[in-house]
Write a protein that binds this ligand. Sequence first.
Ligand SMILES: [Zn+2]
Length: 469
Amino acid sequence: MIRLTDTLTAGTRPLEPLEAGHVRIYSCGPTVYGPAHVGNFRSFLFADLLVRYLRYRGLRVTWVMNVTDIDDKIIRGAAAAGIGTDELAERWLGRFLEDAAALRMSPPDVLPRATGHIEAMVDLIEKLLDREHAYRTDDGSIFFRIASWPAYGRLARLDPENLRVGERVEADEYGKDDVRDFALWKGPKPAEPSWDTRIGPGRPGWHIECSAMSMQHLGPSFDIHTGGVDLIFPHHEDEIAQSEAATGLPFVRTWLHCAHLQMGGAKMAKSTGNIARVSDLLEAGVSPRAVRYALISVHYRQASSYSDESLAAASAAVERLDALLAALRAYREDGPGDSTLEDLLDGARAAFETALDDDLNVSAALAALFDLVREINRRIEARALSTADADRVVEVLRELDAVIGVLPDAVEDLEPELAALLEQRVAARAARDWAASDRLRDELAGHGIAVEDTRDGQRWRRAVEAGRG
Ligand SMILES: [Zn+2]
């Protein structure tokens, strides 16, 4: 039984998908106007961990992550670069996907772009106009009337009479009736992209994008909506209001919000320049697997600190896993094997699952994993395992890593030319040709493969700091 903590009700409840066995998830994705930083990726990788775990548990998951490819920042960025908004968005979407792949984020099932869903947004806005939850202003903009929606403010626990005016709300001054109202549609302006639609020319507001895209791909009611805590207000509050006002149906069953990533004691945010970019880290040779580990290893509702120390600790953790895998791969021992191994593996798997069932408690799950690592290392040292036992442990580690996603590639995934070099080195050592053996070791090191000779023969692993693992 998987339990999750819902921001709206502030309660932890069992996950019961609206459709049995099928979980539908929407995650607020990137606004593609510049490079993503690790703070953005903490939230995306938290959603990835959730998706991976639900799949590990045998559930079918449909995961939608949107791409905001039109907004004020994209318009400003494109103007500054002297290119079109579509060109700018295309460029940064490409970079985002590269970073996401390097950090092993599962590809979302649908990655809808705002500019490809204008029709769905217009439909939604028409419904809101018909139901008098929205009104037009003189410049062709359309606003949501917050006074028409008494439930407004429940997600963020706001007093509706004293609503804090959010940053993006302030930016939406187009002559509205009430300062709290937010733009669904922005009337056309010179030098801004504009769409000719049934509700008039203009472009969508940011909030309506997510309502339209989530409901188009997941239906009017779906199971889980994720995002960073900074999106609770006004973005998600506005999504609930406009979606439920348009459909008359409950929008989302469970809201999950990921806490901020801190760096140097402050929130990581592009607006303050307090950021570490994924691409810069990777170019500096930091292992993407270590970055991933650093970003996922703290429970999503806890603030997490990013620092050189946290990255070093993550590297060390990944290296421990790599070293165990290398030892198991090389391990050779005839004999009856370890009769208590299956119990040990079952216990580790149970502890791992119990932790993740409990609101995705990843730190407890990783503790269970590293307890297993310690115990297996002890049994390798004692030569207690058989060769078949070692293979069995690798199998279980790979099963658990389907959730965590940091183990190095499987042996079968090694590039054939590198596999050939490893074989040549085994042959050279058998022939006692130490010069050739050393030369091959150096050559492999140049490809990021570290080789070590043990009583079980040659062990190899990808160097964590080589930036490619
Ligand atoms: Zn969103």
